[in-house]
Design a protein around this ligand. Structure first.
Ligand code: HEC
Length: 460
């Protein structure tokens, strides 16, 4: 069986290894940058171009000595100061500081606040890094300018020298990630979707849509593929726990109706959220594109007349409307081809509390009552979450780490080439670290300002 999903390598790579790689990349890039700087002057290099085309045009109206904006941000971007105030200088913005991102970190655009401030690509931001720059407009820098800045940083952010091909500047499109709808399955299977909706500037929108699958007989799902327009935190699909017959689990949501979890005034719409209490995880993607295949002979069963409750969560930090939309393809096989029927794992700890202004690590043990073969795992936490680790604990007490994720917004899905076999008495253990930078106690909840602590996965 092969990995069908990106970032599995990263999921497995210990932090020390990542840091070592970063150091290596830095060393290599350093040589390249130094070489290309020998015969150029400040006036015509890559940074000079950034100063002239971007900073002078779009930034110094605010970021100039004496301006209130410059005081607030403690950042002056005129030609005499910009380089010295950005490269290698600690950020003022609190989340960037907490993440250890300076304004510009040579060789690491993804760890540079400047790059995040200029990225208007919906869904780009895993954290709230304050206003997008240039602030107060409806247009960011162009896709080409953003790429130019990114490559300059990746080349070591030198003050002089040509380190980026100016051809990238030719892409004058305003930034917006392009999107191609997912084509419906050509083989046996069907497509379900959440129709396009708008997320207004500076807001988040989380909603549910209950869709009938339309299957007269049981379906055996061998592959789940999904695609979302950028900007979503997740696409989750749920069935309902049929064994629970008390209110609210004796109710089903209205079919095809968009159920926002928040009212126009920002308060929670409890009626729309009630069905969550009875959800059973069916499939989930935390990334824009997702494609999961069960091992040969294994399928997830979807009973006749099934419905799926779709859940998407869009965060729009850009000052322009963001469209949301999501597609899911379920590929199916005949029952005769299926030897093993898989089920979903949904292991949640909803009972924790994170004191303000400190890091907290919480460990939760989920013992297995029966022999369980785990095919793949993913996790769910929100914006204060720094690290989600899953371990296997054997009956004799030994523990092995099998999953680590440090990106709350796009958690990796780790697919086990050799499934993990847990015997009765063995357990899955979640070890989750949050950095509660806020000044209030945070607990389990549905908003991205609340926290979550869930292991999802497939098993049989
Ligand atoms: C209308 C005024 C205005 C304009 C124009 C503007 N900025 Fe800002 N900038 C601010 C303010 C106010 C802050 C502080 C608040 C924040 O970070 O959200 C800030 C913060 C920043 C920060 C974060 C500094 C830190 O250490 O936290 C960076 C980087 C930045 N701006 C870069 C730019 C760039 C690059 C441009 C041009 C493309 C730009 N700004 C245009 C007002 C502006």
């Amino acid at each position: 069986m092969s990995f069908t999903y990106m970032s599995s390598a990263r999921a497995w790579m210990p932090r020390a290894a990542l840091l070592a790689l970063a150091a290596l990349a830095a060393a290599c890039g350093g040589d390249g940058a130094a070489e290309s700087t020998t015969n150029t002057t400040v006036a015509d290099g890559t940074f000079a171009r950034i100063q002239r085309d971007i900073l002078d045009k779009s930034c110094v109206s605010c970021h100039r000595a004496g301006d209130a904006n410059a005081r607030q941000s403690q950042l002056v971007l005129t030609g005499d100061s910009a380089y010295a105030q950005m490269v290698g200088v600690a950020s003022l913005q609190q989340f960037a500081r907490a993440d250890g991102f300076p304004r510009v970190k040579p060789y690491r655009a993804d760890s540079s606040l400047l790059y995040h401030k200029l990225s208007w690509v919906p869904g780009h931001h895993s954290r709230d890094y304050g206003q997008l720059m240039p602030m107060g407009t409806t247009k960011g820098v162009t896709a080409g300018q953003l790429e130019y800045v990114r490559r300059w940083i990746e080349a070591g952010a030198p003050r002089v020298g040509h380190v980026v091909d100016t051809a990238v500047l030719a892409d004058v499109r305003l930034q917006s990630a392009s999107f191609t709808p997912l084509a419906a399955p050509t083989a046996a299977g069907l497509q379900l979707k959440v129709d396009s909706f708008a997320v207004s500037p500076g807001s988040e929108r989380e909603l549910f849509v209950y869709r009938r699958v339309g299957n007269a007989t049981d379906l055996y799902v061998t592959r789940i593929q999904s695609r979302m327009r950028p900007g979503s935190h997740h696409l989750l699909m749920y069935t309902f726990d049929e064994s629970r017959t008390a209110f609210p689990c004796n109710q089903r949501p209205a079919v095809n109706m968009v159920r926002d979890i928040r009212n126009a005034d920002g308060s929670l719409n409890i009626a729309n959220m009630l069905p969550m209490a009875c959800h059973v995880f069916f499939a989930g993607a935390m990334t824009q594109d997702f494609d999961y295949r069960f091992p040969p002979g294994v399928a997830l069963r979807l009973p006749a007349n099934a419905s799926l409750d779709f859940n998407v969560h869009y965060v729009n930090r850009a000052p322009i409307d963001l469209p949301g939309e999501a597609f899911a393809n379920l590929y199916t096989a005949d029952r005769a081809q299926v030897q093993t029927v898989a089920r979903t794992l949904n292991l949640a700890n909803s009972n924790f509390s994170l004191p303000p202004k400190q890091r907290t690590t919480i460990r939760t043990v989920f013992p297995m009552a029966v022999r369980t073969t785990v095919l793949g795992l993913t996790s769910h936490m929100h914006a204060l979450g720094e690290r989600y680790e899953i371990r296997v604990r054997r009956a004799d007490g030994t523990e092995t780490s099998v999953y680590v994720n440090t990106d709350w917004e796009h958690p990796s899905f780790t697919n086990f080439e050799t499934p993990l076999v847990l015997q009765p008495g063995d357990a899955l253990v979640s070890v989750v670290t949050w950095n509660n930078v806020t000044d209030r106690t945070v607990g389990f909840g549905l908003l991205s300002s609340d926290e979550m602590n869930i292991i999802f996965g497939y098993a049989y």
